[in-house]
Ligand binder design. Structure first.
Ligand code: FES
Length: 190
């Protein structure tokens, strides 16, 4: 190759590389999380001081509904009774932090905290706390949740019943108590 042709080739390659870098900048920049996206992933605080026993509140974390259910002693008593009807009663194959791997799937027995998203195809189940015939789910129903999309049933600890479309219990997100009445959802480090 003669010298002038070699110089031309080097110059063209340099321009080509510079062009690629210039193009790459806005592309990479689009991956940088916006302030809004960071806020959407940040932990959220929930004030449970006004949540009466037997009722549930919903907070949004990472764009998902997180349920906080204040269980009554009667609701807690159903958790052991229903064990034989559940697909994963001890939550062996389900998602929860180690401190929620117990029969009530929570730090404090009375407060259930789960992601309210069905583990089948992601619908949001409906609360069916009323036990018995009045629930529309039969005389043996002890209370829980019904996913309206394909009929999956969950108990009052978010555990899925046997032979349902959903494969696992509702996930428990990381969380911790900041005080008796404040819970931080999305973070559990000390
Ligand atoms: S999405 Fe809940 S049963 Fe299908």
């Amino acid at each position: 190759m003669d010298e002038s042709r070699r110089q031309l080739l080097i110059a063209t390659t340099a321009v080509g590389t510079a062009g690629a870098v210039a193009l790459a900048v806005p592309f990479v920049a689009s991956f940088a999380p916006s302030e809004r996206a960071k806020a959407a992933g940040a932990p959220v605080e929930a004030d449970i001081s006004k949540l009466p026993p037997g009722e549930m509140m919903v907070v949004e974390w990472r764009g998902k509904p997180v349920w906080i259910l204040h269980r009554t002693p009667e609701m807690l008593a159903t958790l052991e009774k229903i064990r034989d009807k559940l697909a994963d009663p001890d939550s062996e194959k389900s998602e929860q932090p180690p401190y929620a791997k117990n029969i009530h799937r929570s730090i404090k027995p009375e407060y259930l905290i789960v992601e309210g998203i069905c583990t089948h195809l992601g619908c949001s189940p409906t609360a069916k706390f009323q036990p018995g015939e009045a629930s529309g789910l039969g005389a043996e129903w002890l209370g829980g949740y019904l996913c309206p999309c394909h009929g999956t049933l969950f108990d009052l600890a978010g555990r899925v019943f046997k032979n349902m479309p959903a494969p696992a219990n509702l996930p428990v997100p990381p969380h911790k108590y900041l005080s008796e009445t404040k819970i931080l959802i999305g973070e559990d480090k000390a």
